[in-house]
Design a protein around this ligand. Structure first.
Ligand SMILES: Cc1cc2nc3c(=O)[nH]c(=O)nc-3n(C[C@H](O)[C@H](O)[C@H](O)COP(=O)(O)O)c2cc1C
Length: 317
């Protein structure tokens, strides 16, 4: 299956199920529409004479990957899509040389996923019950994950259309983020940064990485797409912390734009679910590999030799 077929087959399979609503966005769905509109706004400055022969290998915070295209944090609804869904996702990502990122709920079998050899990252939500949050941090750390993510943007829980999903959360303070930093020994990533202020505070609290993200339209309505805020964030902290981006990325062209804005990795949420629904672990692997193939083809024609050398100037605003 090519990428279009994977997406169409996967979307259809998910929409036919009870879990299909999870593909929708919060309230008016502005964020979903805006994600696509903003990504589409940028075109490429072609440099085809003396084209490059680019590679996609990269290393971020001690994790070596074959591609800068990774999974965004998700657990639900993966187990309901295919049998052993989380293990299938792990296999597909491992075969593609990518990274797996678990979300809520924290999978019970984190250790089993780590044992597949896929680099695994897991998130915690800012549970109102802070004891529960610190307990979750311990549990994740004990399983051997490579990094830990904290959903700093889930202080008001999550919401899909009018349906409140996670509701047991409360915003974290800078002091609490510093306490989390002390409790965690692996690289710490704050997910859901959308302003320079939060980016600077994240670095102050000791985050080794940030995910610039609007949570795939699952938190607040009328949040911007990361590209609307990335220049100011990357300028402020781009040399102090690893920058990851997600939200609406579907093709190699989208990924190239994310790299041009200064991200070292680009996350996929729904495309992983489409790949899994369309073809199990093989569908996940194909999704990552086909997007990576598109990225290589484009990089060679904009004068980029690899993920770390995509200049902001390749974009025509
Ligand atoms: C079904 C679903 C479940 C998600 N669960 C989580 C989660 O548990 N934790 C989290 O930080 N983000 C979660 N997200 C957000 C993703 O990590 C990511 O930010 C977003 O999906 C990226 O946008 P995209 O789906 O357009 O690629 C979820 C997204 C979806 C679609």
């Amino acid at each position: 299956m090519d990428l279009t077929e994977i997406y169409e087959t996967g979307k259809k399979a998910l929409k036919e199920r009870d879990i299909g609503f999870l593909l929708d966005g919060v309230e008016t769905e502005f964020v979903m529409r805006n994600n696509r509109t903003v990504i589409d706004r940028f075109t490429f400055r072609q440099h085809c004479i003396d084209g490059t022969d680019p590679g996609t290998r990269c290393e971020v915070l001690g994790v070596e990957l074959s591609t800068p295209v990774i999974m965004s944090a998700m657990t639900m609804p993966i187990p309901a899509i295919v049998d052993e869904g989380l293990m299938e996702v792990a296999r597909g990502l491992k075969e593609a040389g990518s990274l797996m990122w678990a979300g809520t709920p924290i999978p019970q079998d984190l250790k089993k996923i780590v044992d597949t050899g896929v680099p695994l990252v897991a998130n915690v939500k800012p549970f109102q019950d802070r004891k529960k949050m610190f307990g979750a941090l311990d549990e994740i750390q004990g399983a051997g994950v490579r990094w830990i993510g904290v959903e700093i943007d889930a202080g008001q829980g999550t919401k899909v259309k009018d349906r409140q999903m996670a509701s047991d959360c409360a915003p974290l303070s800078l002091r609490e983020l510093e306490q989390i930093r002390k409790a965690v020994s692996v690289p710490l990533i704050f997910k859901g940064v959308l302003s320079k202020t939060d980016a600077v505070k994240s670095v102050e609290a000791g985050a080794e990485g940030i995910v610039i993200s609007n949570h795939g339209a699952h938190t607040l309505d009328y949040l911007p797409h990361p590209f609307q805020v990335m220049d100011e964030i990357v300028e402020a902290v781009g040399d102090k912390t690893a920058v990851i981006v997600d939200g609406g990325f579907r093709r190699g062209s989208d990924v190239l734009k994310g790299l041009a804005f200064g991200a070292s990795l680009v996350g996929l949420g729904r495309p992983i679910l489409y790949g899994l629904a369309a073809g199990g672990g093989d569908g996940v692997r194909e999704t990552i590999q086909q997007i990576t193939g598109e990225l290589i083809r484009l990089m060679s024609m904009v004068g980029a030799s690899g993920p770390g050398s995509v200049d902001r100037a390749v974009l025509i605003d």
